[in-house]
Design a protein around this ligand. Structure first.
Ligand code: ATP
Length: 371
């Protein structure tokens, strides 16, 4: 039995989560697996009526579950960043979900890439360090100084910076920081994943020719962990990687990215695969509670109209089953999605005629008939 916290959230999050749950339940039934699905009320309605985002009780509730299945948050009535920081980022940091995982594979004929390229890439993005530490500020005035004390996750850093900028000049900074411990645990996850998937190498992305300190340590640790795991590492500069992903995505298998470059490259990965409607992701703590969600947001422009494509949420359910040690159920879900696409049982964004519920029903029916 798996106990799963389900948080549909806002807008189309509610619609696609319902379909994701439908398909998960069909696949679990086919394998006689019991799913205990416990729903959580997170998102804009609750925030607007109570002021609550992610409370200590919510965290305790999630801690008692094996995984979190998430829809989407975002609402025009709430200022940008409030829900994201107060719910999503807080969840990631509280549960130390240090790997962001996003598959990108050729979903023919929906990939915009020309030809019959068959790629199957697993992007792994370091999810806690690099330029996302919040180590930044703006210095203004003669001999301006910034004192920063960062106590976050793996860090406990004190920094003093000064600038001789005149009062008209402003000097802004945002520091990228990575720790040996942070890179090591992430690299270990990448090499272990490559081994599990039968891949011979991990492609590690960086900009070590310019940011020599930051990505110098990154390479040093990747070299060490590569030797330890007996899996090769190949390095790619992020600019070259962006080109290669369009020109020859079939060259890559497991791709390891630092936080900032991963943010950008995984969106490129979503687009070459077939777009937001099919892009799923996981925020992983291999020893703790992980969270699975579609990459898209709450899409208020199409919410409540039955137009949302449920495939990204359904594939997020597949990633969750893989992570919980049931790749057989994950494969069943992915196969059903592939069949539905082949038979054009899809929503309008993919050229089909089905609404959200019909598209979810079609995939659940394929699971039932193939299970
Ligand atoms: P944010 O990502 O900041 O929450 P958002 O919710 O406005 O922003 P996204 O959900 O990322 O935007 O998507 C952008 C647009 O893509 C949407 O406005 C919608 O038109 C379309 N879109 C997103 N997800 C889907 C989906 N599952 N099915 C169909 N169209 C979608």
């Amino acid at each position: 039995m798996f106990r799963i916290a389900v948080a549909p959230g806002d807008g189309i999050g509610k619609e696609v989560t319902a379909e994701g749950v439908k398909v998960l339940q069909a696949a679990a039934d086919a394998e006689n697996l019991t799913l205990q699905l416990d729903y959580m009320d997170l998102g804009s309605d609750r925030y607007l009526s109570t002021g609550e985002l992610l409370t200590d009780d919510d965290i305790k509730f999630m801690r008692d579950c094996q995984a979190v299945y998430f829809g989407a948050i975002g609402d025009p009535r709430v200022a940008p960043g409030v829900l994201e920081k107060g719910i999503l980022i807080k969840m990631r940091t509280t549960f130390d979900q240090y790997v962001n995982l996003r598959p990108s594979k050729a979903w023919h004929p929906y990939t915009p890439l020309k030809g019959e390229k068959n790629f199957d890439i697993l992007f792994l993005r370091e999810n806690t360090e690099d330029l996302y530490m919040g180590a930044g500020g703006v210095l203004k005035g003669i001999e301006a100084k910034a004192n920063m004390s960062l106590k976050r996750g793996l860090y406990d850093v004190d920094l003093t910076l000064s600038s001789k900028a005149s009062s008209e000049q402003e000097f802004a900074f945002e520091i990228g920081m990575m720790s040996r411990q942070g890179i090591e645990r992430f690299a270990d996850y990448c090499f272990e994943t490559a081994k599990r998937l039968g891949k011979e190498k991990v492609t590690a992305v960086d900009k070590a020719n310019v940011c020599t300190s930051l990505y110098g340590l990154w390479r040093k640790v990747f070299d060490e962990r590569s030797a330890h795991h007996g899996i090769d590492v190949e390095y790619m500069y992020v600019d070259a990687m962006a080109m290669a992903l369009v020109r020859a995505p079939e060259r890559f298998g497991v791709v390891a990215c630092p936080n900032m470059f991963g943010d950008i490259l995984t969106d490129l990965g979503a687009e070459i695969m077939g777009g937001l409607g099919v892009a799923a992701s996981g925020n992983i703590n291999p020893e703790g509670v992980s969270m699975f969600e579609p990459v898209h947001g709450s899409a208020p422009d199409i919410a409540g109209q039955g137009k949302a494509n449920p495939i990204a949420a359904i594939l997020a359910g597949k990633l969750m089953m893989d992570q919980l040690g049931r790749p057989d159920i994950g494969r069943m879900i992915e196969f059903a999605v592939k069949m539905a696409m082949k038979q054009k049982l899809v929503t309008a964004d993919m050229g089909g005629t089905l609404n959200t519920v019909q598209a979810g029903d079609a995939i659940a029916n394929i699971v039932r008939s193939s299970g």
